[in-house]
Design a protein around this ligand. Structure first.
Ligand SMILES: [Zn+2]
Length: 556
């Protein structure tokens, strides 16, 4: 029934070790985790890895401000991130850090291969420099007055007031955010990855337009960025930063460090390498160009450029395989607006747990909104309450409580084997491959709609057959057992279909139905009289509107 066994390496984007995980991030981890759990249920070999992205100027400066070392800072943040991912049931096989020996070794060897291929070039560039702090300043660390509208306290790359974009040298009365000093311009040698090289251009045009089944929106963007043959639209990529910088030193250039975006994606491989060594897996077999394994990256649409241009080019010219595909998603809005600290809608993952929310409510809600596109998705808080209470609990969870009680009380938990041939169950079994195809295609919203339509049919069956009435007639015990058995078997299959989204609830279901953990093929193995069910335990509570108010207040 399942397709032949596939071998999949799957990643989610690496969160920056400079802040908390919020619900906007969680969309991506939930999206990936559902896909990962689905692929595992299909019997494929799946390795899901992640890591904290730990390098760069913001980390260095924040650590300094807190009076700790960058390594101490990233160790603390790693603990918080890991806790949040565990809370939301994100099932990483390895969660690591980009500040690792594996990553340093990989980044250096990849750099040297690119250099030996003639794709690295040293060039002197002019940059803003803080003469007091004695460091070069990234655009975001310079502020001043907007050259267009005169608004004060604007960043070096764009004005938040009028929306103008410019370079930091255009700012009026510029100052360093770090020391307050007026920046001066200073020349320094930087190292560039020559994306404008004809080899890169040719490769990227083929990789983005022919070889890789990118999302149509992504493919069109890349077409714009790569340009037509001979048009050379790709600029070279500045991959170095000057000391002081928290990162890896470039092997043949003392005092120069890899820009954080060079070693961050390599961090996927470093995490996987670390995992392979612990598990005795053959890393080389997964990353060599002629591998038959698959490699997928889930990301937000804002970092498409890094994952569909820089990363595949880096891999290609350093002698590695390239990604099988990159899946980009849109941004989360709350009640139709950008998440905002002042409205309390920049909701941290930890506050969700602290306020007593069930993380599976969010997993379910995000799944009802997710599809294969890069469109933004909205968390409408009223709709959230309605979907959780009326769909998840009202339509799905309630099915169990409507049937399990009679079976346990009247029949010692024994189901009727004859009931397993009921037409309703045949209908639900028949939906298996359709639902699987929707999960495979990341069309979770459609998958859940299909499952909830089946739940509607099950509830209609219960309403028609009225087990609570049959139960009053002692002569109709067999009917009662039959109706409840059909209902409970239907519930089992719906649970199986929902398992990638609701792993914890379904673990509870498997327990009370006395089942081993279900894989996708278990849809064909109905409940059996040989395996009596246990007493029904409460699986999930309702969400109450005051909880939502408390959550927003906690994030103000
Ligand atoms: Zn302005």
């Amino acid at each position: 029934m399942s397709s032949p066994k596939r071998r999949l390496l799957i990643t989610s984007a690496l969160p920056y070790a400079n802040g908390q995980i919020h619900i906007g991030h969680l969309v991506e981890y939930v999206q990936t985790d559902i896909w990962v759990r689905f692929q595992r249920m299909r019997g494929h070999e799946v390795h899901y890895v992640g890591a904290d992205d730990t390098h760069g100027t913001p980390i260095m400066l924040r650590a300094e401000k807190e009076g700790i070392t960058p390594k101490e800072l990233i160790a603390n943040v790693w603990q918080e991130h890991k806790r949040d991912f565990d809370d939301f049931l994100i099932s990483f096989d390895n969660y690591y850090t980009t500040d690792s020996p594996e990553n340093e070794q990989l980044a250096q060897s990849i750099y040297l291969k690119l250099r030996d291929a003639g794709l690295i070039e040293k060039r002197a560039i002019e940059q803003a420099y803080d003469p007091v702090k004695e460091m070069f300043l990234p655009d975001r660390f310079i502020k001043g007055e907007c050259p267009k509208c005169g608004a004060k306290d604007q960043y070096g790359d764009s004005c938040e007031k009028c929306g103008a974009t410019y370079s930091p040298t255009d700012l009026k009365n510029p100052f360093s955010v770090v020391s307050g000093a007026t920046p001066v311009t200073k020349v320094s040698d930087h190292y560039f990855f020559k994306l404008s090289d004809p080899r890169c251009e040719t490769f990227l045009r083929d990789w983005t337009q022919v070889k890789t089944p990118l999302q149509p929106e992504a493919r069109n963007k890349m077409k714009e960025w790569v340009g037509q043959p001979g048009e050379s639209k790709l600029g070279d990529w500045d991959i170095s930063r000057d000391a002081p910088y928290f990162g890896f030193e470039i092997p043949d250039a003392p005092g120069k460090y890899f820009y954080v975006w060079l070693d961050a994606p390599i961090g996927y491989y470093a995490s996987f390498l670390n995992y392979c060594q612990a598990q005795g897996l053959n890393f080389e077999e997964w990353v060599k160009p002629e591998t038959t394994t698959e490699q997928y990256h889930f990301i937000g649409k804002d970092i498409l450029y890094f994952h569909t241009l820089f990363w595949p080019a880096t891999l290609q010219f350093a002698g590695y395989r390239t990604p099988t595909n990159v899946f980009a998603h849109g941004f989360l809005t709350v009640d139709g607006e950008k998440m905002s600290k002042s409205r309390g809608t920049l909701i941290s993952a930890h506050s969700v747990i602290e306020c007593g929310f069930n993380p599976e409510w969010f997993r379910y809600y995000f799944a009802t909104k997710l599809n294969d596109s890069m469109e933004d998705l909205d968390l409408n808080l009223q709709d959230f309450v309605a979907r959780v209470n009326s769909d998840l609990l009202g339509k799905y969870i309630n099915i169990a409580s409507r049937s399990a009680g009679f079976l346990v009380k009247r029949f010692d938990g024994v189901v009727s084997d004859e009931a397993m041939h009921h037409a309703l169950l045949t209908t639900i079994t028949a939906a298996s491959e359709k639902i699987a195809a929707l999960y495979e295609g990341r069309e979770y919203a459609k998958a859940l709609r299909t499952i909830m339509e089946l739940a509607d049919q099950v509830n209609a069956f219960v309403d028609e057959n009225k087990p609570w009435e049959i139960a009053r007639d002692p002569e109709r015990a067999a009917d009662l057992q039959g109706v409840c058995s059909v209902t409970l078997e239907a519930f089992r299959m719906l649970s199986l279909y929902l398992k990638p989204v609701l792993p914890q609830v379904v673990a509870g279901v498997e327990d009370f139905l006395s089942l081993a953990p279900m894989d996708w093929d278990a849809v064909l193995t109905p409940l059996s009289s040989k395996n009596p069910i246990k007493a029904y335990k409460h699986l999930m509570t309702r969400v109450e509107t005051p909880q939502i108010e408390a959550l927003l207040a906690a994030n103000l």
